[in-house]
Design a binder for this molecule. Structure first.
Ligand code: 1YM
Length: 643
């Protein structure tokens, strides 16, 4: 009898280790990547378990600590992972959760859970990819402890290490990612902070603290706790903006265990910030919850506008685009059985949610408009202006289409590449005519097109599409891209794989670069999202010795290079600071900045739309001083511009 038990234990423990070994062999299958993103992913797997416990109503406080050795501690005050012996594995449930792949889901117990992750499933993946893991469970007036090493081998099975009070319950997990698995082992405070703040906004009343013990001055950490939940998220996003109406509209409802809520406020800008979530996961491709709200928003605004004579009988209805101008909105749905669809699983598919979202939103919003006639008027007028601008832009586009090729000397400006294959083609947008001239001579004319900018481009943060279209430089860019703009934008028509901004490394250059990025971010966001936009990095120094010419990007590289030279060579090297692109001849420009083999490009990504938007606000808003300071501080490269 005993013997059999032992055999069963042995064979199941072998299976367990085989399971974890599979995770180590193909970590990408479980956490996506093993770069810095994957490293941070481990934290979310553990935090998700605490959040699940909070959603189940048992946990109020979560604490995340980056320890001195870049290990991570996550602590919660939930019920504590069960410590009893699991009937199937014959080991403690907590050890099972941490060593059996997919255990969390199976052992989750009766009833459904509204779960963001896979409820406990991630714990074993984190264990598999860690150098060591320690779990402490506070439960039944006892402190239990278990330790794993080298990818999930139990080195200390669960045992009691002390007593605690009856009130004290919870789980504390510390793990150290395995440096053999990950490209980097250094945690980024800001990355953790941004997501933790978001989780706190999305789960009202839940307190999450983040502390960095690598930083000697950080003794208390930052605590994120929002009693107002997503209303406070909207307020946060609109912080630097001018609201169109005072109150933040917050609506919620529940049906058959599906919980839905939305918070919104219009501001005077021309762009929208609409973010939707399901079980705390960002649904960047929308889905039924978003569709329900958008449909209801358009319908309710149109019906209010008609009833109250903002729209006359002959007027066309406002479109979805009109009613979302200047709208900041957070949509959050908690669903026991979400169906995520699409290639990146970023879309909610459950059809019943469309109706719930529509009902909750239309009833609540209609009531808001009736009870707040001043706010209602301001909102309707904002949409009406957007509608007029859209119609003006349509006319402007038609004129642009007819005239551009012939009258504005478009082909005189663009030196196009010979290839018509977008996959190999790239376009350099260059500051000024003289740099444009060198670039034209230094390019590979087969694949590289050059577009020199002569005038300043318009600051589109402060302009609607119709005004943007009146700017000649912007029209030229649109024509060159081939995608169209606004309602008719079509990414598949993009004529170049890479759009490379090539500006000087000075304040003027930074300014032009930011104006261009603003243009792309506002009107060509899918191009940025698809990773087509780059910043060229012209060198800052040229070092010559003997027949050797060496270019370096910054002072740090200059120091390193000089140190690498023998003393007698170093003393004779006559170092030149490169003043600007225009100063380089064609050959130099090609060698340092354009040649596909030698150049260094920086990819521009839309990493964190919320903070990117805040940066643009700072850069492009009405206040001059913060903008000037930011541009000067970042005059080097777009490095710190997290877009
Ligand atoms: C710092 C990480 O894992 N907290 C946590 C996890 C669980 C529970 C409580 C829990 C769940 C249940 C019952 C239940 C988990 N339990 C399991 C499993 N924090 C952290 N806090 N009692 C406690 O789901 O019924 C998986 S996760 F499977 F064992 F129940």
């Amino acid at each position: 009898m005993d013997n059999n038990k032992e055999n069963a234990y042995d064979s199941s423990s072998i299976q367990v280790l085989e399971g974890l070994e599979a995770v180590r062999k193909r970590p990408g299958m479980y956490i996506g990547t093993t770069d810095v993103k994957g490293l941070h992913h481990l934290v979310w797997e553990i935090v998700d378990n605490s959040i699940d416990e909070a959603l189940a109503g048992f946990c109020k406080n979560i604490e995340v600590v980056i320890n001195k050795d870049n290990s991570i501690t996550v602590k919660d005050d939930g019920r504590g992972i069960p410590t009893d012996i699991h009937p199937k594995t014959k080991i403690s449930t907590v050890e099972t959760v941490y060593t059996v792949l997919h255990a969390g889901g199976k052992f989750g117990g009766g009833g459904y859970k509204v779960s963001g992750g896979l409820h406990g499933v991630g714990a074993s993946v984190v264990n598999a990819l860690s150098k060591w893991v320690e779990v402490k469970v506070y439960k039944n007036e006892k402190i239990y402890y278990v330790r794993f090493e080298n990818g999930g081998h139990t080195v200390e099975p669960l045992h009691v290490i002390g007593d605690c009070s009856a009130e004290r319950t919870g789980t504390t997990v510390t793990f150290k990612p395995d440096p053999e698995i990950f490209d980097t082992d250094i945690y980024d405070y800001n990355t953790l902070m941004v997501r933790i703040r978001e989780l706190a906004f999305l789960n009202k009343g839940l307190s999450i603290t983040l502390r960095d013990d690598r930083d000697l001055e950080d003794t208390t950490g930052e605590t994120f706790l929002y009693e107002g939940g997503i209303s406070e998220y909207v307020k946060f996003i609109n912080k630097e903006k001018t609201p169109v109406h005072e109150e933040i509209i917050h609506l919620e409802g529940e049906e058959d265990g599906v919980y839905f809520e939305v918070a919104m406020q219009y501001n005077t800008s021309y762009n929208d910030n609409i973010y939707s979530f399901v079980n705390n996961i960002n649904t960047h491709d929308g889905g039924t919850h978003e569709e329900g709200v958008r449909r209801a928003l358009t319908r309710v605004i149109n019906s209010y506008a008609r009833k109250n004579n903002f729209l006359k009988e002959k007027d066309e209805p406002l479109t979805g685009d009109d009613v979302k101008e200047g709208l900041t909105m957070i949509i959050s749905c908690k669903h026991p059985n979400p169906q995520f669809e699409g290639q990146t699983k970023g879309r909610l598919g459950n059809s019943e949610v469309r109706k719930l979202a529509d009902n909750v939103f239309s009833q609540g919003f209609e009531r808001f408009l009736l009870e707040n006639p001043d706010s209602a008027r301001a909102i309707i007028n904002k949409s009406l202006l957007a509608c007029r601008a859209r119609n003006a832009a349509k006319k402007a586009r038609e004129i642009t289409r007819k005239s551009d090729l012939a009258t504005t000397n478009f082909f005189g400006k663009l030196s196009d590449c010979k290839s018509k294959d977008p996959k190999v083609s790239e376009i350099f947008i260059v500051e000024g005519d003289s740099a444009g001239g060198s670039a034209k001579k230094g390019r590979d004319s087969m694949t590289q097109a050059i577009l020199p900018l002569r005038g300043k481009i318009l600051n589109v943060e402060k302009a609607r599409l119709d005004r943007a279209l009146s700017n000649e430089e912007i029209r030229t860019i649109i024509t060159a891209f081939g995608t169209g703009i606004g309602e008719e934008f079509d990414l598949s028509k993009l004529r170049y794989d890479k759009i490379i901004i090539m500006t000087d490394a000075d304040v003027d250059g930074s300014h032009i670069r930011v104006l261009l990025l603003t243009l792309f971010y506002r009107f060509f966001k899918p191009i940025v999202e698809a990773g087509h936009v780059y910043a060229a990095q012209p060198p800052l120094f040229r070092i010559m010795h003997g027949k050797t010419r060496k270019y370096v990007l910054n002072e740090e590289e200059l120091d390193d290079y000089l140190k690498s030279l023998p003393e007698n060579v170093r003393s004779r090297a006559e170092i030149a600071r490169m003043k600007g692109l225009g100063e380089m001849d064609a050959e130099e420009l090609n060698e340092t900045t354009m040649d596909i083999e030698k150049r260094v490009l920086r990819k521009i990504t839309v990493n964190d739309c919320v903070s990117a938007d805040a940066i643009f606000e700072k850069l492009m808003g009405d206040e001059v001083e913060p903008r000037r300071r930011f541009i000067e501080e970042n005059a080097g490269y777009v490095q710190n511009l997290d877009i």
